[in-house]
Design a protein around this ligand. Structure first.
Ligand code: ATP
Ligand code: MG
Length: 484
């Protein structure tokens, strides 16, 4: 155990779940810094400055986890740091944070007033690492590793290591005050607990319960909410973060669209839980990738507004996938997600009911690939798996999913190109063979031909397409035209 233990110092691939932490080791080995961070530290030390590893990297080192990034802190002023380190970029908006490659170098600081619960309005430089750690949010994040050769070691003024050993997330100082300074800490607490599997210290749990009443998170910048929510959702215990948001009354401020899901009863024999609990479980079951976890959370978001009860007492949710796609799109745009991400998630929501209707054929599979892309169609299967795992259906893709998988493999195997522009005949052929002038009718004929090809009734070969254009009664005969 000792040689393999997380404090042995060797860098390893992200261990997940973490190995048993050796948090009570009397003399933990120093963290293993990547080369660029080491070079920065040596350069600053050679010029007579103190350099510390700070924040999440120290915490993760003690937990035996692979850190996200390696943030450094130093007593050198930003302009000194920038002068000593070639290629350094100073971010004035972040109070002189200096970026060297992808390593952050921050001058030790105390924070002044918080004007708007968002950012301190000023910072004051300090030479005290303790003062710098005091402004940090949680004890587990308020440790430093002094990188001075020989004399260095763990700096832990707030008992972060003991809290970690006890499995506790605890605020530095009074949690209510820390939340009032910066409401993002409310979400960071929920996210960190889900990532690290900690419990809230009772004082922190009380402050979280009061955060909704104080309306703390309502005016956070959407980008900050987006990033915290995504990290929480993709954490191993992403479902726990959602449950925490709900039980602390924070859902209305953070994800108001999700509030009606809570307590929305489904009296369908395949469902065991209300829409909220089902969705939380779907999140837990889905692969921990951002778009999949968001899609799992939102796939049934419109069920409450689409809910009807049949004469037999069974609940129905007709159209919830289309309405849900719209809600998902609006929610993700509000949180300023990139448009491609928003489209991917809302596309998955839009199609998550595939093959619950009559369409189970190869043509339907081709349309899904067209709508979502090849990767999106595979993601849809993953969403189906998570959806089933969170209901009475149970494991696997289910028969419809398996059928879709077979179709997707066939489409990929044949290297099919499915877009209308991939047809081996085009608008010119339509005009020549149908005797049409340029205009909307040309497009209609092309789309009809496209549908014939997608449904496998017409091979995408030029002679067959030309023959179809010459002979097919075609015009208006089929209802194959679909909304794009
Ligand atoms: P990870 O890198 O895994 O996200 P982290 O703890 O390093 O975790 P960062 O967002 O990189 O998180 O922040 C670096 C450090 O800055 C934190 O460990 C914490 O000490 C401090 N910190 C970050 N955000 C806040 C905040 N809103 N309030 C107080 N301290 C913060
Ligand atoms: Mg970090």
């Amino acid at each position: 155990m000792a040689a393999e233990g997380p404090l042995a110092g060797g860098r390893r691939a992200a261990p997940d779940p973490p190995p048993v932490p050796v948090l009570d080791h009397p003399d933990p080995a120093p963290p293993d810094l990547p080369e660029p961070a080491l070079a920065i530290a040596h350069r600053l030390q050679a010029a007579g400055h103190r350099v510390y590893l700070v924040g999440g990297a120290v915490r993760d080192h003690l937990l035996g986890r692979a850190p996200h990034d390696h943030d450094l802190a130093t007593d050198a002023r930003p302009e000194v740091v920038a002068a000593l380190l070639p290629g350094a970029v100073t971010d004035d908006a972040a109070f002189g944070r200096v970026l060297v490659g992808d390593v952050d170098v921050l001058t030790l600081r105390r924070e002044g007033q918080y004007k708007d619960r968002r950012r301190p309005s000023q910072v004051v430089w300090t030479r005290s690492i303790r003062a710098d750690l005091a402004r940090r949010d949680f004890t587990a994040n308020a440790m430093a590793w002094d990188l001075a050769p020989g004399t260095g070691g763990l700096v832990d003024p707030f008992g972060g290591r003991a809290d970690l050993a006890a499995g506790l997330l605890r605020a530095v100082g009074r949690p209510e005050r820390r939340f009032a300074e910066d409401a993002l800490r409310v979400l960071r607490a929920i996210r960190l607990r889900a990532e690290l599997g900690l419990s809230y210290h009772p004082s922190l749990a009380r402050a979280l319960a009061g955060a909704a009443a104080d309306d703390l998170v309502g005016d956070l910048a959407p980008e900050r909410v987006r990033d915290e929510c995504t990290r929480a959702l993709t954490a191993p215990a992403g479902g726990m973060a959602l449950r925490d948001l709900q039980r602390f009354g924070l859902l209305a401020a953070v994800l108001p669209e999700c509030v009606p899901m809570v307590g929305c009863v489904q009296t369908n024999p395949m469902h065991l839980w209300d829409v909220w609990e089902h969705s939380v479980r779907a999140v837990e079951a889905a692969a921990p990738r951002p778009h999949l976890r968001w899609a799992a959370l939102l796939h049934d978001v419109a069920k409450p507004m689409c809910r009807t009860v049949g004469e037999d007492g069974v609940t129905h949710f007709y159209g919830h996938e289309a309405a849900g796609a719209e809600i998902a799109r609006a929610l993700l745009r509000r949180l300023r997600f990139p448009e491609a991400f928003t489209a991917a998630v809302s596309g998955l929501v839009r199609h998550h009911m595939f093959a619950h209707g009559p369409e189970t054929g190869l043509g339907a599979a081709r349309r899904l690939v067209l709508a979502l892309g090849p990767d999106g169609a595979r993601d849809l299967l993953e969403l189906r798996r998570a959806d089933r795992a969170a209901s009475r259906w149970g494991q696997g893709y289910g028969p419809e999913g398996e059928r879709l998988l077979g179709h997707l493999r066939a489409i990929e195997g044949a290297g099919e190109r499915l877009h209308l522009r991939d047809l081996e005949a085009g608008g010119r052929d339509v005009m020549a063979l149908r005797g049409l002038a340029a205009g909307p009718e040309v497009g209609r004929v092309l789309r009809r031909m496209h549908q014939e090809v997608l449904d496998g009734r017409l091979p995408n070969r030029r002679p067959d397409l030309l023959e179809w254009l010459r002979t097919a009664a075609g015009d208006g005969a089929r209802s194959a035209e679909r909304a794009p």
